[in-house]
Design a protein around this ligand. Structure first.
Ligand code: GTP
Length: 243
């Protein structure tokens, strides 16, 4: 029996960190990048429209630089530029696999990427191009999670898939503690009240106000992007009601 396709248009949020090889402090692992590109390709082959928001944490974390004394706004702008590097690398990896893509940046860098124009992004998706959103929201003080929520709403995506390095949302950090409990479903309010820190508050409240579900899943496992997008019960779903 073919698997049931659950979604028509989705937004995939990939952290910069997930592109980095284990043990390295920064950079891109081309094997990981190639695997992610292959899985995105398989999703598009099912007819699902996919937009990607990519972070830049494998090169730069604005908040860390700010803690070391750099002006927060300046540090965040460097982080936005880091996301453009990842977006162009992902575009290359996808095009090597014959997936048609467009990179759109919130910060004008027109020699490298198209400027973000909402209606144009939607048109690209309708034409079955993978759209990669770079540059975050274009504003300091906002995370790429917030950019993911904002762009998902702007393009009318049905859901955000947030890729992480663990299997979902836990009551405690599973990389630090052993006695952890994994949640299959949570409400937005649970995430806020329990201070679970899976997304920042700006992103979670934006999703809550607009009833946009978020699926948190592990991108380090082969096939998980495809499995999550095709509606398999993996990871943790955050929505208005736990049914
Ligand atoms: P349609 O009009 O739907 O066919 O979309 P299109 O993206 O193919 O149209 P267009 O002719 O505008 O773009 C052709 C190529 O140029 C694509 O690869 C775009 O990503 C790229 N492109 C368009 N505008 C810009 C820009 O401002 N900067 C950069 N770097 N590339 C651009």
């Amino acid at each position: 029996m073919p698997k049931k396709i659950k979604y028509k248009r989705i937004l995939l949020k990939i952290s910069g960190e997930s592109l980095k090889e284990n043990g390295y402090s920064c950079g891109i692992d081309f094997k990981i990048l190639g695997r992610i590109a292959q899985e995105i390709k398989e999703v598009t082959e099912r007819g699902i429209e996919i937009a990607v928001v990519i972070g830049g944490g494998n090169f730069w974390r604005g908040i860390n630089a700010s803690a070391l004394g750099m002006e927060r706004a300046a540090a965040d702008y460097v982080g936005m530029i880091a996301t453009v590097m990842n977006a162009v690398a992902l575009q290359d990896a996808l095009e090597k696999k014959d997936v048609i893509t467009r990179v759109m940046s919130a910060i004008t860098m027109k020699e490298i990427a198209e400027p973000f124009i909402r209606r144009r992004a939607v048109r690209h998706l309708e034409k079955k191009r993978v759209v990669i959103f770079a540059g975050g929201t274009g504003n300091p003080y906002f995370s790429t999670d917030t950019a993911a929520a904002l762009r998902a709403l702007e393009i009318n995506a049905e859901v955000i898939f947030k890729a992480t390095k663990v299997d979902g949302v836990y009551d405690k950090d599973p990389l630090k503690f052993k006695d952890v409990l994994k949640y299959d479903k949570l409400t937005y309010l649970d995430v806020i009240k329990k201070d679970l820190k899976v997304l920042d508050l700006t992103a979670i409240t934006l999703c809550m106000d607009n009833n946009l579900p978020i699926v948190i899943f592990n991108i380090t496992k082969d096939g998980n992007i495809k499995n999550a997008v095709l509606g398999e019960k993996i990871g943790t779903i955050i929505s208005r009601e736990v049914s």
